[in-house]
Write a protein of this length. Structure first.
Length: 170
């Protein structure tokens, strides 16, 4: 009778990554193992499915993740224009409303984006008002300077205004 230890299969690590060699006497059987890295940092090491590099559970997980990523790509990203002027802010608000109506973004995020764009619109209006006020102020100053330079100043000269005159108080 053969020894009990020699009748059992001996598991030996293979030279390739993700493979285990099972030796039964002289024949060798190569079994691929799953390469999925678990949360703790360990490798799954379950038997891989039909020549692939992952076990059935992790193949299903990867397919699900890829389908979710494809759905996110198809839904598209909400691309807002740079909020440099009031028409751009209006376009951004419209895009947020369309994305909300199509259920691409949740209502809380849409509310936050609309609030931020209202603040941006208020700031842009205020900046434009300040530019107009400063522009009108500069125009008034320039016209005043132009009008001042055209004025004729009349200075009455008398001996009291002259520098050469010393008033004798004695």
């Amino acid at each position: 009778m053969k020894d009990a230890a020699s009748s059992q299969l001996n598991f030996q690590p293979a030279t390739g990554e993700g493979e285990s060699v099972v030796a039964a006497g002289s024949s060798r059987l190569i079994i691929r193992t799953c390469r999925h890295i678990l949360d703790g940092g360990d490798v799954c090491q379950a038997a891989a499915v039909g020549g692939r590099t992952y076990c059935r559970a992790h193949l299903v997980l990867r397919v699900r993740c890829r389908k979710m990523a494809r759905a996110r790509r198809r839904a598209g990203m909400l691309k807002l224009p740079p909020l440099m002027n009031l028409p751009a802010v209006q376009v951004g608000i419209t895009k947020v409303r369309v994305a909300l109506a199509a259920n691409h973004i949740d209502p809380d995020r849409a509310r936050l984006l609309r609030w931020a764009m209202r603040i941006a619109a208020t700031n842009l209006r205020r900046i434009e008002q300040q530019k107009q006020l400063s522009h009108s102020f500069v125009e008034k100053q320039m016209t005043a300077m132009m009008n001042k330079s055209k004025r004729i100043y009349r200075i009455h000269l008398s001996h009291f205004n002259s520098r050469g005159y010393d008033r004798n108080t004695t």
